[in-house]
Design a binder for this molecule. Structure first.
Ligand SMILES: NC(=O)c1ccc[n+]([C@@H]2O[C@H](COP(=O)([O-])OP(=O)(O)OC[C@H]3O[C@@H](n4cnc5c(N)ncnc54)[C@H](O)[C@@H]3O)[C@@H](O)[C@H]2O)c1
Length: 250
């Protein structure tokens, strides 16, 4: 097995489940020390036990700016620096537009977009020191719109924009910033039944990656994250990289 992350220090959010868990496991299996964060404290402890000595659990709500700052400070003081930030934590919320109250909108933007901004902002000085990199989890919904999904689509388009802007701002300081845009991935996120008032056929017409072809496994996404975080991608920055079996290609 290759050991692309020997001596590297990473933060992975959303690591109690699904894609974040697969990413934390893969980075650790190739030599990284990982600080793993999640709102689900029990799931996080199970993940840390599963990964073993390379993982340190840090319970966090990524929409909390101060907590994001503390997570980065803890990772740097425990491991002596930071090379990789993987912003994977996210929530999905589908409903007719009128049901999205200001609170519901703010929660979606707070977790999916502000969380990425807060952790990236806190990590950047440390990543400049190590010429490190950030990988953000956007979505196919960050490239195309999906009906009944407006706050989620807005948050993920926001992640793509934030990724590109940070990539340009920090390119000459050696920090790479990329995003992945998965299609449908077999995780608990997609398990919820269609919400009341949502025209599911309209969703499927536009979000065909949820319905057609083969769904991604969390490991398919983790492989792409690891590539972008590794030195193999040393000339790749500012991309919104689809991993969806080609379903947003045309
Ligand atoms: N599953 C898919 O089809 C799919 C497709 C495209 C993008 N994504 C994105 O991938 C990422 C991971 O999703 P997943 O499919 O693995 O889902 P998941 O539900 O299995 O994992 C998401 C994790 O994020 C955690 N989380 C939620 N809110 C948080 C918060 N405020 N602070 C910290 N942690 C929080 C959850 O507890 C959970 O462990 C998300 O950003 C999601 O939007 C998923």
């Amino acid at each position: 097995m290759s050991m692309r992350f020997e001596g590297k220090r990473a933060i992975v959010t959303g690591a109690a489940s699904g894609i974040g868990l697969a990413v934390a496991k893969l980075l650790a299996s190739e030599g990284a020390k990982v600080v793993i964060g999640d709102l689900n404290v029990k799931g996080l402890e199970t993940a840390a036990a599963d990964i073993g000595g390379a993982a340190l659990a840090f319970p966090i709500d990524v929409s909390d700016h101060d907590a994001c700052q503390r997570m980065v400070e803890t990772a740097v003081s425990e491991h002596g620096g930071l090379d990789i930030l993987c912003n994977i934590a996210g929530v999905l919320d589908m409903a007719p537009l009128a049901q999205f109250t200001p609170e519901r909108w703010a929660r979606m933007i707070g977790v999916n977009l502000s969380g990425v901004f807060f952790l990236s902002r806190a990590a950047m000085p440390h990543l400049i020191e190590t010429r490190g990199s950030i990988v953000n989890m956007a979505s196919a919904s960050g490239l195309v719109g999906v009906p009944y999904n407006s706050p989620y689509s807005a948050s993920k388009h926001g992640v793509v924009g934030l990724t590109k802007a940070m990539a340009l701002e920090f390119a000459n300081q050696g920090v790479r910033v990329n995003a992945i845009c998965p299609g449908g991935v077999k995780t608990p996120l997609l398990n919820a039944p269609p919400p009341e008032g949502v025209d599911w056929e309209a969703v499927m017409r536009s979000a065909s990656w949820l319905d057609h072809g083969e769904m991604c496994e969390p490991e398919d996404i983790a492989n792409a994250v690891a590539f972008l975080a590794s030195n193999d991608a040393r000339m790749v920055t500012g991309v919104a990289f689809p991993v969806d079996g080609g379903q947003t290609a045309g």
